[in-house]
Design a protein around this ligand. Structure first.
Ligand SMILES: *Cc1c(COP(=O)(O)O)cnc(C)c1O
Length: 432
C-alpha cells in the first residue's frame, strides 16, 4: 500500500514538533495590541500579576519558532502525541462524495479534548515560576478538566470556577475534576466579590464564561502563590495549540497530499487556530487554501463587530481588538457549550478581518450538527464532543457540495475532543 492510500497517518518519533509556531512573525499586518479603557486603573500594568511571566513573554513575542521545553515535550508524548491523522474513507463512501476527507484525532486525549496541549505547558511553567496553585474558569468543563489534570501531574493545586448552568448538571465531569484533586466552585460563587455581588441580585444566577473568568482572576490576584490560567483566546494559548497543525502538516507531507480546505469548530479560537495557523504561512504566499470556522448561532462571535472589547464580564482584563458580541451579552445555552464565548481570539479576528476565514453558524437546536455527528460515529466509530460535531457537520456539508460539483477537494477537519461525558446531549437532541 502506498503512503497516499494509508488510512491512518502516523508521525514518527523523530518528526515530532519540538518548537511551537508563532504566527505573529508572519502576519500580513501587525496585530492590534491590547489596550486600556479610557477610565479606571491600568489593566495593562496589572498584566504581570494576571498571567504567567513566560506566557506573557510569548504573548508579545514575534519570534517565529519558540522552543518547546524538553519536559513539556515529554508530557505531550505521555498524553499520546503525536496524534494520528485519519482518512475518513468509510464516511466518504457513505456520502458518495468525490472529496477526500481527513481528520485530526485530538479526541485521543487523557481528559477528552485538545485543551491538554496548552494546559500541560501552562501548568509546567506555573510550577517552574514557583506557584503553588492555579485558578481558572470553565464553561463546558473540558478546560477545567484539562488544567486539573496538568496541574496534578506537576503537583500544583487547582481552583476552578465553573459556569453554574453547566456545573449543576455535568456531574461526571465534576467528579473527574475532583478526582484530579481540583476544588470546584459553581460560578457565580460566594468566594469572590464579583460572585457575591451577582448572587445578591439573583441567588440562582446561571453564570457565564465572562463572569467565571472574573472570579478566577480575582481569586489569583489576592493570593501571591496562585496564578490564573486561560484556556483559549490569547496568543500564547493558540501558540501552544500549534502542535496540532504542525503535526498535521508533516502528516500530509508524508503522504504527498495538500488540503484545499480546513475546517474546525470555533469558540474562542484555540483548536481552530492550533489546527490551521501553521498552514496560513502558505496562504499568505498566495497558495489556494480555504479556512472555515464552524460556530453556534448561540454565539456567532465572528459575525459580531470588530472592535476593542473586554475579555471578561467584570472588566478586569485589558481590551482586545476582536470580533465580539459584547462582553456583557447573555448567550443562550447549547450542548456545544464550549463554543459559547462572546469574543474570538485577536489573531483569528485579524485574519477574518483580512478575509482569510469564512464562517458558518449552525442553528441552536443542534439537530443538524448532531445528525452529522451520528453519520461520523456510524462510519468512523469515534464519538465526538458536541463542539467537535460542529467541525464534522461543516466538513460533511462541504463534502456534499463537492458531490454536486464533482470536485475531488481535500478537506481536513479537526475533531477537538471526545463526547464520552456528553451522551445525555446526544440522547436529548437525537431522541435516542
Ligand atoms: C473548548 C473546546 C472547544 C472550543 O474552544 P476553542 O478555544 O474555540 O477551541 C472546542 N472543542 C472542544 C472539545 C473544547 O473542549
Amino acid at each position: 500500500m502506498s503512503q497516499a492510500d494509508a488510512t491512518v497517518v502516523q508521525l514518527p518519533e523523530d518528526e515530532r514538533p519540538t518548537k511551537w509556531y508563532n504566527i505573529l512573525a508572519d502576519l500580513p499586518e501587525p496585530l492590534p495590541p491590547p489596550k486600556d479603557p479610557e477610565t479606571g486603573p491600568s489593566r495593562l500594568k496589572a498584566l504581570p500579576e494576571l498571567l504567567l511571566a513566560e506566557c506573557l513573554r510569548q504573548e508579545n513575542s514575534t519570534q517565529r519558532w519558540i522552543d518547546i521545553p524538553q519536559e513539556i515535550q515529554d508530557l505531550y508524548v505521555q498524553a499520546g502525541r503525536p496524534r494520528p491523522l485519519i482518512r475518513a474513507a468509510r464516511l466518504e463512501k457513505r456520502l458518495g462524495t468525490p472529496a477526500h476527507l481527513y481528520y485530526k484525532t485530538e479526541f485521543y486525549s487523557p481528559t477528552g479534548s485538545h485543551k491538554v496541549n496548552t494546559a500541560l505547558a501552562q501548568a509546567w511553567y506555573a510550577k517552574r515560576e514557583g506557584y503553588e496553585r492555579v485558578t481558572t474558569e470553565t464553561g463546558a468543563g473540558q478546560w477545567g478538566t484539562a488544567l486539573a489534570y496538568a496541574a496534578s501531574l506537576v503537583d500544583l493545586k487547582t481552583t476552578i470556577y465553573w459556569v453554574r448552568a453547566v456545573h449543576d448538571w455535568k456531574t461526571q465531569r465534576r467528579h473527574f475534576m475532583k478526582l484530579y484533586g481540583a476544588t470546584v466552585h459553581a460560578s457565580p460563587s460566594s468566594e469572590t466579590n464579583v460572585g457575591r455581588a451577582l448572587l445578591k441580585g439573583q441567588p440562582d444566577h446561571p453564570g457565564s464564561l465572562g463572569i467565571a473568568v472574573s472570579e478566577g482572576l480575582e481569586d489569583a490576584r489576592r493570593d501571591d502563590r496562585a496564578i490564573y490560567c486561560l484556556g483559549s483566546v490569547l496568543n500564547h494559548v493558540l501558540l501552544h495549540q500549534t502542535v496540532i497543525g504542525l503535526e498535521t502538516q508533516r502528516q500530509f507531507e508524508r503522504i504527498g497530499v495538500e488540503p484545499d480546505l480546513m475546517v474546525s469548530s470555533l469558540g474562542g479560537g484555540s483548536n481552530f487556530g492550533g489546527f490551521t495557523l501553521p498552514f496560513f504561512a502558505d496562504a499568505f504566499r498566495g497558495k489556494e487554501i480555504r479556512f472555515i470556522a464552524a460556530q453556534s448561532a448561540a454565539a456567532p462571535n465572528l459575525q459580531g463587530e470588530y472592535r476593542y472589547d473586554f475579555a471578561d464580564h467584570a472588566e478586569l482584563t485589558p481590551m482586545l481588538k476582536m470580533y465580539t458580541l459584547g462582553h456583557k451579552t447573555d448567550l443562550r445555552p447549547v450542548r456545544g457549550d464550549g463554543l459559547r464565548y462572546h469574543g474570538c481570539s485577536p489573531i483569528l479576528s485579524l485574519l477574518r478581518h483580512l478575509g482569510y476565514i469564512d464562517t458558518i453558524a449552525y442553528p441552536e437546536d443542534e439537530r443538524h450538527v448532531f445528525e452529522r455527528a451520528r453519520q461520523f460515529v456510524q462510519t468512523e466509530g469515534f464519538l465526538p464532543a458536541p463542539e467537535s460535531a460542529y467541525s464534522i457537520a461543516c466538513a460533511i456539508d462541504e463534502a456534499l457540495k463537492c458531490k454536486e460539483t464533482g470536485e475531488a477537494k481535500v478537506i481536513a477537519f479537526n475533531v477537538s475532543g471526545h463526547g464520552f461525558m456528553d451522551m445525555e446531549g446526544y440522547a436529548q437532541v437525537l431522541g435516542l
